[in-house]
Write a new protein. Structure first.
Length: 217
């Protein structure tokens, strides 16, 4: 699995060659207005769920920030960063890729998926002949306790998986979706899935199949 994350990181590091580096003090954002209403959150719409992580951020204007503290709002498809004065700011420029220092990579600007804006974030789970993307759908429910003015906001997460090959996208919900989309290796994939009793119950199941497919090429 370490080699998997390394290959993802290296593939996106190469993009730096074709983008112009800018410094944080040359990059501006919109101040984040803290809402006046009081609410307690259960769960989080962010990645990371708590705090910030250092990341290299590639922007739609073909520039990139080499190392800033970032968090992504997976509900609103916006991203936030800390300025050099430790101010919380929302970027006014969409990103195309975010490469976190812990090895997690997100893409944005993906076209061709119904009902999803181009600003939606997709976590890159594997790359190669085929790319595995994970889109986390965030929903929430607000409630108030008896005789309480405090709003409790519960966040819920549901992961959706997409395969990309030759710039074609396919939503994956069941094993047949994978076998039909990656039909050039259908027999090998079917045998691998049966041998390893894969049921697509968790992210690792999707990763195992995509990683195996990419090893065949």
């Amino acid at each position: 699995m370490k080699s998997l994350f390394l290959s993802i990181a290296l593939s996106f590091c190469l993009i730096s060659v074709f983008a112009q580096q800018i410094n944080l003090n040359d990059f501006s954002g919109r101040p984040v207005i803290v809402p006046k209403e009081t609410f307690e959150a259960e769960g989080s719409p962010f990645f990371p769920e708590d705090g910030f992580l250092y990341a290299k951020v590639f922007l739609v204007n073909k520039t990139y920030l080499p190392r800033i503290q970032v968090k992504l709002n997976l509900l609103t498809n916006t991203w936030y960063f800390l300025s050099d004065k430790n101010e919380l700011l929302q970027s006014t420029i969409p990103t195309t890729r975010v490469l976190f220092e812990n090895g997690t990579v997100f893409e944005s600007g993906i076209k061709g998926l119904d009902k999803l804006p181009e600003t939606a974030f997709f976590q890159v789970m594997d790359t190669g002949r085929c790319t595995l993307l994970k889109h986390t759908v965030i929903t929430y429910v607000d409630s108030k306790g008896y005789n309480s003015n405090t709003i409790v906001r519960q966040f819920f997460r549901q992961d959706k998986f997409i395969l990309r090959k030759d710039n074609v996208l396919a939503r994956i919900e069941k094993i047949d979706d994978i076998l039909n989309f990656l039909s050039d290796k259908r027999a090998e994939l079917s045998e691998f899935i049966q041998k390893n009793s894969i049921r697509l119950k968790k992210s690792e199941d999707f990763q195992k199949i995509c990683f195996f497919y990419n090893q065949l090429h």
